[in-house]
Each structure stands twice: as structure tokens, then as C-alpha cells.
Design a protein around this ligand. Structure first.
Ligand code: ISE
Length: 326
């Protein structure tokens, strides 16, 4: 591979366009050579002024063009598998936006494809693992200086969500980040999920969305997790962490209130994408793996059952972890 990574971005929507500008303006040792989207016009608009970048409507044609070293997938989750599998088969490194896929069976097929390739190629876009506040708490927890982690109290606040947003979206679009955060902070799996919801905001018109809600989890060693979700908060975007340890409470994000997630997590997205580029050039994989993506998807499956059966405790079902990820 050359000293510069030639990247194809799949999906020219909100996240795809954000990543395209990131690669164009701030990433080192990388350049955009292709954008793939069935909406040719949106793709052409996204690459305007980027020399050497070409629009494709067919992912396979782009993959076989000989102009691509790595693929960044930023389409909606239900479209991920169709690009992930052929890209893995071609041995190209991938950065795939979350969720890896929208159900555990398809996520498992991605894991199996990687196992067959004999190499970790996928980094899942759980950008918060690259956030300074998250990394600070993680380093403190791993240092052992604060004793055991006992509880995690997390908060996930959005200013607003579209009218079509339901409980399922609350889980696999929003809380999916907390499933990964819990696994990241604890180095454990989530074993159960429960959703509680009380008084509902009058501003939430969709009967399929309970807001605010409380998502409860337990990890394999018994760390209890609360996630306060409020997605029609009307006041801004806020993601906070309180890690309750034997010796202290470690906090992050309390003062970081922004208009939206792109502003709040801009630094972490930059660091995430640069880490992926550097690793791809070195023939390595960093950050959340396909296994992490699969595990988070399995948590979402349990979470969706829990949100559809308020108050019930649902067990997360996971296949055995393949050696590649141990
Ligand atoms: C969005 O896709 C994200 O990734 C944000 O971090 C999350 O807060 C938001 O709820 C999602 O829609």
C-alpha cells in the first residue's frame, strides 16, 4: 500500500458528507477517490471540488475499480451488510458507522466473514471511544487506582428527533452508543436490559416513543448501569458519564452542551477516522471490532424487546467469541 490511503465513502447523507469534508480538510495521509450512493446527484454534490474523486452508484463496481484501498460505510444500518461482506472478501479495511447491522444474525455473518478472511478488517464507528472524556475515565478505571467500578450512570440527551422515531430507534440509533460504552468501560458483556418509562413529554407526538425513558443494564460481573434518555429535550445535545467506583465518582461531559452530536463529538470523529487511516496504512485494525459491533447489535435486540415490553428484564444472547477477537 502507498503512503496515502485512497478512500471510498459509501453514502452521501449527513454522516457521509461530514466524513467527506473531514477527509478533505483534516485527515493526514488519505484522500477521497470514490463516493458511492444510489442518489447520484447527492454524491456529485458531496465531492464537488475534490480532485480525483469519482461518483459510483454501484458499490461492487467501485470496489473493483482498482482506485480504492479502504472503505468508509455511512449508509443507514440496514444497508451495511451488503457492502461489508464483499469488502471483507476483497481484504480491504473498513470503517463502518454504527450500528454494524440491524440484527444479530446479519452482524454474526459479518463476524463469520472476517473469521473466514482470517484477519480483522472492520472498525465500527463507535466514535465515543475516541472522545477525550471517555478515554480519561477509561484510563482511570484501568489504572486500578479507584478500586472496583460499581455503577455507571449515563445520560443521553438529544434536542429533538424526527416524527418517525420509535422505541426501536431509541435503542438501535441512540442507546447503541451506551451499549458500546458500557462494554468499553467494563471490558465485560452486558447480560440484561430493562426499560422503564414514566410520565411522557407532551412534545412527543409519536405513541411508539417513550420519552424520557430509563434504560437499565447489568453486566456479567454485576455492574449496574442506568441510562437516562431524553431525545426530545428541547434544550440541546448532552452525553454524560458518571462512573461510581469504590474510591470516587469519575465524571465526563457534564459541561458539554452543544446544538447537536456533530459539534459535541467532532474531535472524537476526527481522532477515530485518523486512527483508522493510520492503522489501515500499517495493515492493522484499531478500535471497536466486528465482534464489538455484533455484541452491541445483540444488546440492541434485547433492548428492542425490552422497550416493547416496558418493565421486563431481557437477557442478551451472544454466540461464543471466535479466537480472532480474544
Ligand atoms: C446519532 O446517529 C448519533 O450517533 C448520536 O450520537 C446520537 O446521540 C443520536 O441519537 C443518533 O441519532
Amino acid at each position: 500500500m502507498s503512503a496515502e490511503l485512497r478512500i471510498a465513502v459509501v453514502g452521501a447523507g449527513r454522516m457521509g458528507s461530514d466524513h467527506i469534508s473531514r477527509i478533505r480538510d483534516r485527515m493526514k495521509k488519505a484522500r477521497l477517490t470514490a463516493v458511492i450512493d444510489i442518489n447520484e446527484e447527492a454524491a456529485a454534490q458531496a465531492i464537488e471540488g475534490i480532485e480525483g474523486a469519482k461518483v459510483y452508484t454501484d458499490a461492487l463496481e467501485a470496489l473493483d475499480s482498482g482506485t480504492i484501498d479502504a472503505v468508509l460505510i455511512a449508509t443507514p444500518g440496514f444497508l451495511h451488510e451488503a457492502v461489508l461482506i464483499p469488502t471483507i472478501e476483497r481484504g480491504l479495511p473498513i470503517l463502518c458507522e454504527k450500528p454494524l447491522t440491524t440484527d444479530s444474525e446479519s452482524a454474526w455473518r459479518v463476524v463469520e466473514a472476517e473469521v473466514k478472511a482470517g484477519k480483522k478488517l472492520v472498525q465500527v464507528g463507535f466514535n465515543r471511544r475516541f472522545d477525550a472524556g471517555y478515554q480519561d475515565i477509561k484510563a482511570k478505571l484501568d489504572s486500578g487506582e479507584y478500586g472496583e467500578l460499581l455503577q455507571l450512570n449515563l445520560e443521553h440527551v438529544n434536542p429533538d428527533v424526527p416524527d418517525w422515531y420509535t422505541g426501536r430507534n431509541l435503542i438501535d440509533d441512540t442507546v447503541v452508543h451506551e451499549f458500546d460504552a458500557v462494554r468499553y468501560f467494563t471490558n465485560e458483556e452486558v447480560s440484561t436490559v430493562q426499560v422503564r418509562a414514566g410520565k411522557k413529554s407532551a412534545d412527543v407526538l409519536n405513541p411508539e416513543l417513550k420519552d424520557p425513558a430509563l434504560v437499565l443494564m447489568e453486566t456479567t460481573s454485576g455492574v449496574l448501569v442506568t441510562v437516562n434518555t431524553h431525545v426530545v429535550s428541547n434544550y440541546g445535545y448532552q452525553v454524560t458519564t458518571r462512573a461510581i467506583t469504590e474510591k470516587n465518582h469519575l465524571t465526563a461531559g457534564i459541561d458539554q452542551i452543544t446544538e447537536g452530536f456533530v459539534e459535541r463529538f467532532q474531535d472524537s470523529y476526527d481522532r477515530e477516522v485518523q486512527a483508522w487511516i493510520d492503522a489501515a496504512l500499517a495493515g492493522e485494525q484499531v478500535g471497536p471490532s466486528a465482534w464489538d459491533g455484533y455484541a452491541a447489535t445483540a444488546c440492541c435486540e434485547a433492548g428492542i424487546e425490552a422497550v416493547e415490553n416496558i418493565g421486563s428484564t431481557v437477557t442478551v444472547k451472544l454466540n461464543e467469541k471466535p479466537d480472532l477477537y480474544k
